[in-house]
Design a protein. Structure first.
Lengths: 171, 171
């Protein structure tokens, strides 16, 4: 398995993975009414660094790395991840997560924040904890789960560099 | 003092308030490098409901109400507030906050979330608590404060309707 920057040639496979997750309605805020154009803008639009995990010609999953805020919050990254349902349980999410943390450090981000991890998505919560994230907030009933109704979402967070070595704030 | 929807005719005054806060660098992620165009899109662009507090012809402050997420998180509102430095301490923030909560309920939002309340902005934290918000998360060093360096930001949240009466989730 290889992780490399995503390109236009990957979009069909990415859209297929994206659509499957949106139809399930269990892990991501987008509904199944999301248009192909919106999906394209999200995954391949400007402002995001997107990577795919591939095995030969097959796309197994992807992630999207962005700044979580503008300006005075721009040192904190955010990211979202999707793994093909047919590749789940094979460590793809973990490899993507590790790659994403490395890429965020490489880009100079000082911390990473997930804004909306669905609390019932226990596999994801467990994985992010293994990769160094902590739950720093709980958003009551913030996610409208297709099967379970309104469930909590977590804010997860980790510092990516020792704060003693963060660049000085120069106004 | 009156609170009414903001219009193009208010933008000069809004831009002046916005610029002053950005120059201070103590409460909002935007830096002082933010362009007028970006400021206009933020306050008067599509997707947001923006209101101003006015006394005669004078704009004392404003808020911007949006959905915090798409789709399955769309029932949670978010908002941001700015008060003219020359009108601080006069209860403008409180009136805007109360109006915003009413407007969010009127629009059908079920909860409200502030994503990034700067922890050192104690007047704001105190006001939001008075208006029913709780700190549900702490983001370590997530705000690059112009004077104080990296400081924590809070996620604040409150339900706007009794969850027993929330609309059913219909897939």
């Amino acid at each position: 398995m290889q992780i490399r920057p995503a390109g236009e040639q990957d979009f069909e496979a990415m859209w297929s993975i994206f659509s499957t997750h949106l139809a399930a309605g269990e892990s991501f805020p987008f509904t199944s009414a999301t248009t192909r154009e919106a999906g394209h803008a999200y995954w391949l639009g400007s402002g995001a660094a997107t990577f795919v995990a591939v095995l030969g010609a097959r796309v197994l999953g992807m992630y999207r790395l962005v700044a979580n805020q503008v300006g005075r919050g721009h040192h904190v990254a955010s990211a979202s991840f999707m793994v093909s349902p047919s590749a789940q349980g094979a460590g793809v999410g973990r490899m993507l997560g590790e790659h994403c943390l490395g890429e965020a450090r490489r880009q100079g981000f000082l911390a990473m924040q997930f804004n909306h991890v669905v609390s019932t998505n226990t596999a994801a919560v467990r994985l992010w904890k293994k990769l160094g994230f902590s739950i720093v907030g709980t958003l009551p009933k913030a996610f409208r789960h297709r099967r379970l109704g309104y469930v909590d979402a977590y804010v997860m967070y980790q510092l990516l560099q020792d704060p003693d070595h963060w660049p000085t704030v120069d106004a």
